[in-house]
Design a protein. Structure first.
Length: 253
């Protein structure tokens, strides 16, 4: 759906028509136009592809990095685990937003640098979560029996460890999606993310702030889009957390 929004947008989101600038809501422009005469509804739709699509890409990259490292770190243990945890602790010593802003500022503005900066911030959370689960599970009887039966380490990780971590990882990923969207919007708002004329919700907020008193919809609409999507991802995360909460099921909560 995210890929196809550009086909259902009624106007070209980057088409400038100065004689139609700052138009109010009408039958032709459902959400009005911005300071360059571009259709806001079309830019919101295409901006969803940029903002949400980028957040999904960042989440996928964080999972692809964090899960394997956490699996091997928790299962192998020893010096490898200790060194890796020192690296993870170093990353987690700083707030996510501060680290991402500093790294994006050093790398320069642009979506590629933004994606790289947020992935560097986010993978450590999944590594720590997966590692703690593996350490808890690897000493249980079913893992020892699997070793006695001749299963190799890779087979044990694939058949026994991954099913145990996926529930917690799915919950964290769903809750994290809203945070990633906020980070993308925040970095774009301060000029470190999407660059004009790219339609992106955070950059739309930045462009609309100069016209807030004359045309508040320029900021209100992308702000509502961000808020609603973050709210939906948090509600989905809460639902999945309750669904995968084994302790709550046991006590009948």
């Amino acid at each position: 759906m995210i890929v196809s929004v550009s086909y259902i947008a009624p106007y070209d989101p980057n088409h400038v028509t100065m004689k139609e600038r700052l138009l109010p809501i009408s039958s032709e422009h459902w959400l009005g136009t911005d300071h360059l005469g571009r259709d806001i509804f079309s830019r919101i739709l295409v901006g969803a592809r940029t903002t949400v699509g980028t957040s999904l890409l960042i989440l996928m990259c964080s999972l692809l990095i964090g899960i394997p490292i956490g699996l091997f770190s928790g299962y192998i243990g020893g010096r490898f685990d200790r060194v890796l945890m020192k690296i993870v602790d170093a990353f987690m010593a700083f707030p996510d937003y501060i680290f991402a802003i500093v790294l994006s500022g050093l790398l320069g503005p642009g979506m590629f640098n933004l994606i790289f900066a947020i992935v560097i911030v986010k993978w450590v959370g999944y590594t720590r979560l997966v590692r703690s689960t593996v350490i808890t599970e690897k000493h249980k009887e079913y893992v020892l029996l699997a070793k006695i039966n001749g299963l190799r380490s890779f087979q044990i990780l694939k058949k026994h460890m991954i099913p145990h971590i996926m529930g917690n990882v799915l919950v964290l990923a769903t809750l994290d999606l809203g945070k990633i969207i906020l980070m993308i919007a925040a970095l774009s708002y301060i000029g470190l993310g999407a660059q004009p004329p790219t339609a992106e919700w955070g950059s739309m907020l930045n462009e609309g702030k100069a016209f807030f008193y004359n045309a508040p919809l320029l900021m209100v609409i992308p702000g509502l889009a961000i808020m609603l999507f973050v709210l939906m991802s948090n509600l989905l995360g809460d639902y999945l957390r309750d669904k995968f909460d084994v302790k709550s099921k046991k006590v009948g909560i």
